[in-house]
Design a binder for this molecule. Sequence first.
Ligand code: C5P
Length: 228
Amino acid sequence: MLFGMSNNIIAIDGPVASGKGTIARLLSAKLGWKNLSTGDIYRGISVHMMRSGVDPFDKEQVIKCLNCLDMRVLAEGGETLVFLGDEQVNGQLHSIETSKYVYKVALLPEVRECSTRIQKRIAAEGNLVCEGRDIGSVVFPNAKYKFYLDASADERAKRRWLQDRLQDPTLTIEKVKDGIQRRDLMDMNRSVSPLIIAEGAIVIDGNQTPDKIVEDMLNHIKSYQVPA
Ligand code: C5P
């Protein structure tokens, strides 16, 4: 159904380390569109909660801390910039500690509503490539272009290990794979906004090179634009 479709949103969903961030950045640069990593919004909320010593499984503590969140998110220059008060916290968003914390608070509907409000505000500014877990299914179900990027657990573990071993040289690929699979299970099985292949989404093989993936996506986007 074309009625109500958002022509100016490209939704990219997929599991941990499937390459969504890299692909969204490349695609947005090619199109001259804004790029939003919604994971960075959940990560910004997590940094705020971790600083306050909040137990991520204690709903009352999380909601109380959410009420004093002073966070600003900008999609600029192909990046997602996250500020807590006046402090830009992007350097802390992808620490191993934040990665272990974020999926726990992302389970809560109140946290998701807060994040979704920010996403909708940024989308209202115009052309947006938006990547996450529930973009095509829940946040922007009317997005005209929806992709689901997947890659094997081994490939994803290798990619994440190459990044994370800089922070922790003792890390093994097996340990990273284990953590990735645990987060996937939580993201896919939660009751609110689980990671699914959204209706109408095109599944893209994330084991390919980034250039090939972007080329595939652009071909799909072009073919959509041919008048019926
Ligand atoms: O994409 P990224 O790995 O940075 O996301 C971090 C975490 O944030 C995910 O594991 C997931 O728990 C949560 N998330 C989410 N919904 C989104 C984006 C991220 O629940 N749209």
